[in-house]
Structure formats: structure tokens, C-alpha cells
Design a protein around this ligand. Structure first.
Ligand SMILES: Nc1ncnc2c1ncn2[C@@H]1O[C@H](COP(=O)(O)OP(=O)(O)OP(=O)(O)O)[C@@H](O)[C@H]1O
Length: 754
């Protein structure tokens, strides 16, 4: 076994051995270095491009592709029509409630003595509440039984609608609206995720079109129903009745929603790809940050939501601007405008039933073509818009506007099926929430603001031409572009599912032998720069694994991915066989994964005792346990015992490292990740720390250590993984690595073969 280090065995470019002559630079060596760096970067880019191309399965292996055609009836029967009907009914209640607010706005304004501005603000704020609620709802959708989330959201919705009807003043009415907005925000993330997991992939387009049609029908009938009830009730308080009445059926549907069956997550993707369902019996809680980081790496999703955010700039203001123009420019009455609205609505309704089947058919044959179709539907709108807005009369204006509306609505109705297909199935709720935030907050709100600014200076036509044309062209172009990514993203879905099945079988075969830590197929990027390529290894209980490699090979990045400080763009991290890839660092800490960071891991302005208390903050409710842990670490490091009131910044480097290690060990880690234990420390201190690590090893702790000193790493480790430029070059017993002269030299000299 190699002996522990002397300072002379330190590494590479950071600590280049060999004396001052090696550090002497000349113009030619600088030029050599520069060209070496350029070559290295070109090589990294080549590997990055290769890695992105690498995962591409044949079309028929992708989920839902090449399957037999499934009729809508059979598709609905497969998941039970109750789920679709219940969710559609709840969405219809949303429409009714929105209609109640807009139709009855003047009555509500008068009843509470509000200004026009106040009632407009209350109505418009609903959109913001919806976005606010989308994130928590998405989070719940990915963590909890969705039927319960839908049920509770429905109960809250009905209670808030009822409260709105009873509100005694404008403020209470506003609060009720706030509640309604948040409850409504469950529609996109929770309903979307539930539908995708309940019904087969082959009917997603048709179901979405059917849902959109139902929404349009209720949207058209709602003003009539609401206005009718208010008129029947009559009087100053007539406006309250639609809200009070709507609360009851909403409650009934919500109660029914509790009974909906909870579908297995990702079951249709699994059936399609694996032929069976791999159940995640104890799913780990997902962190929003990790989920978003991962979702933004799904290129199809990212491009599609950017596209629809851009489209949102024109789509949501389009209706208002059209109506303003019809009145101001063509002098059309409100009745005429109503007729135009209704005819357009009917035209959209007539077309939607054809879009869903077409999308499903294309998706089955070639998902890229299905997605490109959505872009090609949008692009003509960029041409139709200027034609429409220069029409000589209202009838021509309306006639040219109808195809645009149809095309946009048809494309919009298919966003759900696309996003649900490419998002990792554990993140469906948050994926939809992310889309909602971009589309409604960035697109709709941003579009409304800019349109308002342009109108105040010019007129609606200028607003549409300046905003609508570029938004539509950019949106359409982005969707067409995203179609080139979809097969790659679906291939990643396949790869992940296959890996899950393989792992499940392995665990069933040998349940006693599940590694404590598994890192599988990890790709990791900082921004656009990929630094890890398909990295994988395992660590057994009680084992010490050394991660070695050249400078910048990605060793610290792997530790980040394991402890949750970074989210890989591909691949899985498992702890005791359970997936923790999207679990927050805090939660991983609770499960026993702790990192001793490289460099100074203490708060220099605090005393030793305060540092320890800070580290033990989570144990504040169990002071006895905390004191036992303090005693344990102070027993390990007696040097710290007498310095408890000393500022950490005034300790020696070695003592600071001991304090940092104590702050980690307080938590009784199950897996200890160490990033550079010995860096910058005197040999005698290193010896002392090594003795401690040996003791922890004897106690059975599992350790992954990144060490610049080859001797130290090999002295401690049972096994080693050698990385070069983000790829694993060697995995095996540590002593074998020591015998690999080429790799060992690379650690010293910062390049393979030195
Ligand atoms: N926060 C960051 N942002 C951008 N790039 C980063 C970041 N952190 C690391 N990198 C880059 O990622 C690559 C891998 O870095 P990492 O620190 O994981 O390597 P390492 O093997 O631990 O190297 P070292 O031994 O020098 O610490 C390097 O090219 C590095 O420059």
C-alpha cells in the first residue's frame, strides 16, 4: 500500500512539482499552451456533440411511436372515463366562474362602490394568482396522490366562490378571488399530469382537443347562464346568486374527485417502452430547484415553452385589441362584436376535432412531424395578421381573423400532449407549472404590458403589428426548430426507463446487495458547457472510493451531483437503491449524504462552539442528542475542545479542517463525501486527519474522497475511479490504479501520460 503523502506528491497544474524552471514561461510555451487549450476545448465540444447525438433510438422504440391506432373510446375506457369527465367538469366550473366575474363586473363594481380601475385590477389579478399557485400545485402533483390534490383544490375553489358571493366588502371579495385563483391553478399542472398518467399516449392529442372543445363550449354558454341567473334573482344583490349557486356543483364534483383512481406515474411510457410497469414504491420528495434545472435541460420542453411564451405576447391581448379595433376603426356595435366572437368560437370548435386525431396519427408515425405541425400551424398567422389589419371593412377583417384564430387555438391545444411526452414522468406537475409560468406570466402579462404601452402612444393596429407579428413568427419558428430535438429527448426517456427496469430486476435478484450509492449515466453541464459525460460508478456499504483525475476532470462536480448542489442533465443518483436525483441537498442530508467541501468549510467570524451549533441547527429540538454529538466530535478532535470560544478564523489550517469535518460528522453521515482533505495542510496534520478517517472507516462509514494527493487517496481507498475530461477511464481496486503508471502520472502532471 502506498504510504501517506509528503507535500512533494501534490498534484499537477495547481501544485506543479519540479521547481521554478518548470514555471518559466516563454513566448513559444505560451503559444503552445494557448493552442493546447484551444485543442482541448475543440475536443470537449466534439465529445459534447457526440454525447448529444449518441442517444438516439429507432423510432419504434420511442414511447407511443409505431403503436397500433387506438380509438378515443378505447383510450378513454383504458383509464376509466370518470377521470376525464370529472376533470372536464372542474375545468368547466373554472370557465363559469371566469364568466361570472367578467359578465357581472359592472354589478359588482356598483355593489361595492368601486372604481372601474379597481374591478379591472381584481379581475386581472386572477391571472397572477393562477401563476402563483401553479408552482405549489405542480409540486404537490409530483409528490402526492393527485386525486386528493384535485379534490382539495376543488373544495377550496367551491368555498372561495361561495365566499365571493357572500363578500361584505370589496376587500373580502378580493380575498375570495385570491383563493379562487390559487385553487384554479391546479388545472394545468395537476390535471395535466393526471390525464397523462391515466390515458394511453396514443389518445393524448384527441383528449386534449376534446378538453379544449368542452372549454370553448362552456366558455360560450357561461355568460348566458351567469347573466340569466343574475337577472332572474334581480335587485342589487342579483350578482351574488351565480357565485352562490356555482359553489354547490363545484363542491359535488370536488368530492367525487377524491374517489378517482390514482394512476401509476409514467405507466404508459413504461408499458410502451418496457412492456410492464416499474413501480416506485417509496418515491423520494422532489426539490423544485432540481426539477427546474433538469426540466430546462429537456431541449424540446425548453424551446416549446419559449415559443409559447412568445406566442402569449400576441395571443392573450389579441381578443381585446380586435374588439377595440372593431369598435374604434369600423364602428362596430357590441352586438356585432359578439357575433364576430361567437362565429370565431364556433369555427375553432369545428376544427378542433380534426386537430387531435391528426396530431395523434402523426405522433404515432413520427413525433418530430407532430411537433413541427404545431409550428407550421402558427407560421401562416404571421402573414395573415398584417393582411387582416389592413382590411377595408369589418366583415373582411373578421373573415381573415378567423383562420388565424383557428390556427393559433389548434396549436395551443396541443402544448399539453407535447410537454407531457418529453418531461421525465416524475416531474410532470412541475413541468406543466414551468410552462404555465412562462406562457401566462412572461407571455400574457408581458404582452399585456407592452400592448398597453403601445396603445397609449399609438393604436391597436400598431400594437398588433409591432407585437403580434414578431411574436408569432418567433413562436412558430421555435416550435419547428424544437421538432428536431424531440426524438433525442424521447430517447432519453427510453434510456431512463430501461435503466430503471434493469435496476429493479437487479434489486429483486439480490436485495441484500444494493449499493449504498449509485451514480449512473451522469451528464452534467455548466450552462452550455458539458463537463461530465456518461459517468457511472457504485459504492458499497463501508467502502471508501477515491475519485482521481486530472485538473478540471469533473471530480468536484460529481460530488455536487451526489449531494444535490448540482442537477445532472441526464442520469440517476441512487441512495440505497432509491432515486435521489431530484431531491434537495437538505433532504439528502437528512438521508445521510454529507459533503466536506474543499477549501475552508467554516464560518471564520464565529467561534468554534458557534460553528458547531450552527451545523447542529437541525438538532435544536433534541438538545440531548445534540450534546452527545458535540461530545463525540470533540472527543475525535481534542484540539478543538480547548478552543471552543476561539474564533474559527484564528485557528490554524489544520484545526479549521478538523472543525469543518466535525461540522459534517455531527450529522452521523451514512455517506461522507470529501473534497480535498489534505489541500494546503502540513504533513503532520494530514497524518492526524488520516487517522481519523481510518477510524471512521473502521466504524463502517461509506466514503467518497476526491484527493489531489495520489498517495493519500490510495492509502485510504479500497477502490478508485479515474476521470479524464469528464469521462471515467478506470474503475477498480485502488492498488490496480497505483500500478497503472500512465494514469498515475496523469494525476501528477495534469495530463494523461504526462
Ligand atoms: N461553477 C462553475 N461554473 C462553470 N464551470 C465550472 C464551475 N465549476 C467547475 N467548472 C468547470 O467544470 C470543469 C470540472 O470542474 P471540477 O471542479 O468538477 O473539476 P475537478 O476535477 O474537481 O478539478 P480540480 O481538481 O481542479 O478541482 C472544469 O472545467 C471547471 O472549470
Amino acid at each position: 500500500m502506498p504510504t501517506p503523502q509528503t507535500p512533494g506528491d501534490r498534484v499537477s497544474a495547481k501544485h506543479m512539482p519540479g521547481g521554478p524552471e518548470l514555471a518559466t514561461t516563454s513566448a513559444s510555451s505560451a503559444a503552445g499552451l494557448a493552442s493546447g487549450l484551444i485543442e482541448a476545448e475543440a475536443e470537449r465540444r466534439r465529445r459534447q456533440a457526440e454525447a448529444q447525438r449518441e442517444v438516439l433510438f429507432a423510432d419504434e422504440l420511442l414511447p407511443g411511436v409505431g403503436e397500433e391506432q387506438l380509438s378515443l373510446r378505447r383510450g378513454l375506457a383504458a383509464g376509466g372515463s370518470a377521470t376525464f369527465l370529472t376533470l372536464t367538469a372542474l375545468a368547466a366550473m373554472d370557465e363559469l366562474e371566469s364568466a361570472a366575474l367578467s359578465v357581472l363586473a359592472p354589478d359588482i363594481r356598483d355593489a361595492f362602490g368601486m372604481s372601474n380601475g379597481a374591478i379591472v385590477f381584481i379581475s386581472a389579478a386572477a391571472g397572477a394568482f393562477l401563476v402563483l399557485g401553479a408552482l405549489p400545485m405542480g409540486w404537490f402533483a409530483d409528490r402526492c396522490r393527485r386525486s386528493r390534490v384535485i379534490g382539495w383544490a376543488g373544495v377550496a375553489f367551491s368555498a372561495m366562490v361561495f365566499a365571493g358571493g357572500l363578500a361584505a366588502n370589496a376587500f373580502l371579495f378580493f380575498l375570495a378571488r385570491f383563493g379562487v385563483g390559487v385553487a384554479k391553478s391546479s388545472t394545468l399542472p395537476v390535471h395535466g399530469s393526471m390525464l397523462a398518467d391515466t390515458y394511453p399516449i396514443g389518445v393524448r392529442g384527441r383528449l386534449s382537443a376534446l378538453g379544449a372543445s368542452a372549454g370553448r363550449i362552456t366558455g360560450a354558454l357561461s355568460p348566458l347562464a351567469v347573466g340569466g341567473i343574475a337577472a332572474l334573482a334581480g335587485g342589487n344583490d342579483g350578482w351574488r346568486w351565480p357565485f352562490l349557486i356555482l359553489g354547490l356543483p363545484a363542491l359535488a364534483v370536488a368530492m367525487w374527485a377524491f374517489r378517482l383512481p390514482e394512476p401509476a406515474r409514467g405507466q404508459h411510457e413504461m408499458r410502451s417502452v418496457l412492456g410492464e410497469v416499474v413501480k416506485d414504491v417509496q418515491p423520494m420528495p422532489i426539490s423544485v430547484e432540481a426539477a427546474f434545472a433538469r426540466l430546462m435541460r429537456v431541449r424540446t420542453l425548453k424551446t416549446v415553452i419559449m415559443a409559447f411564451a412568445a406566442l402569449g405576447f400576441s395571443l392573450f391581448t389579441g381578443g381585446v385589441l380586435t374588439n377595440l379595433w372593431l369598435e374604434d376603426h369600423y364602428g362596430m356595435s357590441s352586438f356585432g362584436r359578439g357575433v364576430v366572437g361567437s362565429v370565431s368560437g364556433v369555427a375553432v370548435l369545428a376544427v378542433l376535432p380534426f386537430v387531435g386525431p391528426r396530431y395523434d396519427r402523426l405522433y404515432r408515425r413520427d413525433p418530430s412531424r407532430a411537433l413541427a405541425l404545431l409550428g407550421y400551424l402558427i407560421l401562416p398567422v404571421a402573414v395573415l395578421t398584417p393582411i387582416q389589419w389592413f382590411m377595408p371593412n369589418a366583415a373582411a377583417f373578421a373573415a381573415v381573423g378567423i383562420p388565424s384564430l383557428i390556427l393559433m387555438s389548434a396549436s395551443f391545444a396541443m402544448v399539453g400532449p407535447v410537454t407531457q411526452s418529453v418531461v421525465p414522468y416524475r416531474l410532470r406537475g412541475l413541468g406543466s407549472a414551468l410552462s404555465a409560468i412562462y406562457i401566462f406570466f412572461v407571455g400574457a402579462t408581458g404582452g399585456a404590458l407592452i400592448a398597453a404601452l403601445i396603445i397609449s402612444a399609438y393604436d391597436p393596429r400598431v400594437a398588433v403589428l409591432a407585437l403580434g407579428i414578431p411574436a408569432t413568427a418567433v413562436g412558430g419558428f421555435l416550435i419547428v426548430r424544437s421538432s428536431s430535438f424531440i426524438k433525442n429527448d424521447l430517447s432519453l426517456v427510453v434510456q431512463e426507463l430501461r435503466e430503471e427496469l434493469e435496476e429493479r430486476d437487479r434489486q429483486l435478484e439480490d436485495p441484500e446487495n444494493i449499493p449504498v450509492l449509485q451514480v449512473r449515466n451522469i451528464d452534467f453541464s455548466y450552462g452550455h458547457v458539458q463537463v461530465l459525460f456518461d459517468v457511472g460508478f457504485e459504492v458499497r456499504r463501508g467502502e471508501t472510493l477515491a475519485l482521481l483525475g486530472t485538473n478540471g476532470a469533473g471530480k468536484s462536480t460529481i460530488l455536487k451531483a451526489i449531494c444535490g448542489l448540482g442537477t445532472p442533465s441526464r442520469g440517476v443518483v441512487r441512495l440505497n437503491g432509491r432515486t435521489i436525483t431530484y431531491v434537495s441537498p437538505e433532504q439528502r442530508g437528512r438521508y445521510g449524504v454529507h459533503l466536506l467541501p474543499g477549501g475552508k468549510g467554516v464560518f471564520p467570524g464565529m467561534t468554534v462552539q458557534e460553528n458547531l451549533e450552527m451545523a447542529a441547527f437541525r438538532m435544536r429540538r433534541d438538545p440531548e442528542h445534540r450534546d452527545r454529538r458535540f461530545a463525540y466530535v470533540l472527543d475525535l478532535f481534542p484540539d478543538l475542545k480547548d478552543r471552543r470560544s476561539q474564533l474559527a478564523g484564528s485557528l490554524s489550517g489544520g484545526q479549521q479542517q478538523m472543525l469543518a469535518l466535525s461540522m459534517v460528522l455531527i450529522h452521523e453521515p451514512e455517506v461522507l463525501l470529501i473534497d480535498e482533505l489534505s489541500l494546503g495542510l502540513a504533513p503532520v496534520v494530514v497524518q492526524h486527519l488520516l487517522a481519523i478517517i481510518e477510524r471512521l472507516k473502521t466504524d463502517g462509514l461509506t466514503i467518497v474522497i476526491v484527493e489531489q494527493s495520489l498517495n493519500i487517496a490510495l492509502a485510504l481507498a479500497d477502490r478508485a475511479v479515474f476521470l479524464e475530461k469528464g469521462q471515467v477511464r478506470f474503475t477498480g481496486p485502488a492498488r490496480e490504479l497505483a500500478e497503472r503508471d500512465d494514469l498515475a502520472r496523469a494525476v501528477f502532471l495534469g495530463r494523461e501520460g504526462g
